[in-house]
Write a protein that binds this ligand. Structure first.
Ligand SMILES: [Mn+2]
Length: 330
């Protein structure tokens, strides 16, 4: 039997039944011989951390719905992700819609205990706004045995998310990585922010990243085409990966790194981003990394009646899981 047992789509159509992430089994339905899990995937229906448009609380449901057509075999990596990994939909984390502080504690506690707290079980959180990354990183850091140096981090985003305070509040979707660095969960010298493109509030917005050694690779950096060839120049990412080596890395993917033309369903859209194909190509370029956990955030379904943003987020989830399948192939 495969490690992740799916309904047979030739018997049970993809449009039928309860919509779990990518049709993976609910945690309670996982066969005993497929425990402990490799990946517990859970939703965080919370958007109390946004500084602009609300609505990402509906992200997990939209991504579940859109993920029904995500299939199991990765063509580029040539791997059946369901044969390689035991994965389950662990439901939604408890939230406190009126309190970001209570929510982050509840989510971190839920994620820490999830699937019996097995140290080998990685956590993939589907948001929700970007504030929830802080909670999943905290839980992933605990599962990784609280490494003294903190986790490495690859951060896809149009924004830096290292603001100190917004409206007198230290926790919001503008600040998760600043807080995670301060707490020691993330090593800023092993952190890469990809796709930042501004505009910023001020030049000072870059100060925290610069002072702490975060590598910031902007949209423009990756658009550099010394050969005149019309593809992204991924050398800055390659150089980071060489430095990273076998250090486990957490991937956080804010859907707003993608251009609003491809992913309009998000809360703080910023034109001039990557295409869907470029975003997927960047994720595939990470093949070989060892993962410590991940999240996919900032899907705001109400701003995208086509559903394409949630569909892209579902495929981003699959690309991240496929990276882990590849890293175990060896
Ligand atoms: Mn963000």
């Amino acid at each position: 039997m495969p490690k992740t047992v799916l309904p047979d789509s030739r018997v049970s159509p993809r449009f039928a039944g309860l919509a779990t992430f990518c049709r993976y089994p609910r945690l309670a339905d996982v066969r005993p011989d497929n425990l402990p899990l490799d990946w517990a995937i859970y939703g965080v229906p919370f958007d109390g951390g946004v500084t602009y448009r609300p609505g990402a609380r509906f992200g997990p449901r939209a991504v579940r719905e859109a993920s029904q057509y995500v299939k199991r075999f990765h063509l580029t990596h040539n791997i059946d992700v369901c044969e390689a990994l035991s994965m389950a939909d662990a439901g939604d984390a408890p939230v406190a819609p009126f309190s970001i502080h209570d929510t982050l504690d509840r989510v971190a506690d839920f994620a820490t205990e999830l699937a019996d707290g097995a140290p080998g079980t990685r956590l993939l959180a589907v948001g929700g706004d970007h504030s929830i990354s802080y909670a999943n990183i905290r839980a992933a850091y605990a599962r990784a045995g609280e490494p003294a140096s903190g986790l490495a981090l690859i951060h896809f985003d149009a924004h830096l998310d290292t603001v100190d305070e917004v409206w007198g509040e230290k926790f919001s979707h503008a600040s998760p990585f600043r807080r995670a660095v301060e707490e020691g969960f993330v090593d800023p010298r092993n952190m890469l922010s990809v796709g930042v493109r501004g505009p910023l509030n001020s030049a000072d917005d870059l100060a925290f990243a610069r002072a702490n050694g975060v590598a910031v690779v902007s949209e423009i950096d990756l658009r550099a085409r010394p050969s005149g060839h019309a593809t992204l120049n991924l050398l800055p990412i390659t150089q980071f990966l060489q430095r990273l080596g076998k250090t486990p890395v957490y991937i956080t993917f804010d859907i707003d790194v993608v251009d609003p033309a491809y992913a309009p369903g998000t809360g703080t859209p910023c034109p001039g981003g990557f295409s869907a194909a470029e975003a997927i190509a960047m994720l595939r370029h990470l093949a070989g990394v060892r993962l410590a956990g991940a999240d996919v955030v900032e899907v705001l379904p109400a701003m995208d009646p086509s559903g394409n943003t949630a569909l892209l987020a579902a495929h981003v989830m699959f690309e991240i899981l496929a990276l882990d399948a590849v890293s175990r192939r060896a």
